[in-house]
Design a protein around this ligand. Structure first.
Ligand code: IPE
Ligand code: IPE
Ligand code: MG
Length: 238
């Protein structure tokens, strides 16, 4: 008999393919990013309605700074608008918002908007929404190691007592369970430096659909695929 699992508690998404979506239509890449931002807003509600508790999206990687300055600027402006409009709306709908990544490299007003949202939604008990900006998995681990090293230096932590939990607790995702399902759109079969520590036992789902075309049906397909998988986590079949 085929076993089915419950809905994944934590879904992470590498939202890729905005540029190709625009190119296919003869539009500037920016148009793809605008459409992509609209899709995030909708998916957040769809995920919540499906019973997903944590949703984490990759919006800007530590490597994305190497894009042309004009594209970086567009992406930052989009994030700025997104923080001030749609995420404000989410905040009123009991969504808790957290930003992963090294925010110190962002513009001051953006940092302020992030700090405000995190503070204002701290006690919200609905969907837990994480957005990764200037995020890199290696950089997350590097910053975590720095925090641990500081604790060792101050005598707060004995190096011999460092466990995997110690590492997890010092990452941007401290207090957030590891993703159960990672979705990547646009047909690329790689992790591109997203949550590399946290996705050690995550189920991966790849689709050719470009992010601006992603919708509730596509999310449902990914969740269904997950529910029919057997997660062994290194053990034997039950
Ligand atoms: C994903 O779409 C959005 C970001 C990385 C910010 P891309 O901009 O990478 O789109 P493609 O991969 O060029 O199609
Ligand atoms: C990954 O997409 C980063 C985000 C979706 C924010 P990229 O388009 O930057 O990744 P690569 O360059 O294809 O690996
Ligand atoms: Mg891409």
């Amino acid at each position: 008999m085929e076993e089915t699992r419950s809905v994944p508690q934590h879904v992470a998404i590498i939202m890729d393919g905005n540029g190709r979506w625009a190119k296919k239509r003869g539009l500037p890449r920016t148009a793809g990013h605008y459409q992509g931002a609209k899709v995030v807003e909708q998916i957040l509600y769809d995920a919540d309605a499906m019973g997903i508790k944590y949703l984490t999206v990759y919006a800007f990687s530590t490597e994305n700074w190497s894009r042309p300055q004009s594209e970086v600027k567009t992406l930052m402006n989009l994030l700025r608008t997104y923080m001030r409009t749609s995420l404000q709306k989410c905040a009123k709908n009991n969504v808790r918002i957290r930003v992963l990544g090294d925010r110190s490299k962002l513009d001051e007003d953006l940092i302020e908007a992030i700090d405000d949202l995190e503070r204002d939604t701290k006690n919200n008990t609905g969907l837990q929404f994480q957005i990764a900006i200037n995020y890199g998995g290696r950089d997350d681990i590097r910053r975590g190691v720095m925090k641990i090293a500081e604790k060792v230096r101050s005598g707060e932590l004995d190096p011999a007592s460092i466990t995997e939990e110690t590492v997890s607790e010092n990452l941007d995702t401290a207090d957030i369970p590891d993703p159960d399902l990672l979705i990547r759109t646009s047909g690329e079969l790689r992790i591109s430096n997203f949550l590399i520590w946290q996705c050690a036992y995550t189920e991966y789902y790849f689709t050719d659909v470009l992010w601006p075309d992603f919708n509730k049906e596509e999310l449902q397909k990914a969740v269904d695929a997950y529910m029919h998988r057997e997660r062994r986590m290194g053990g034997l079949m039950q």
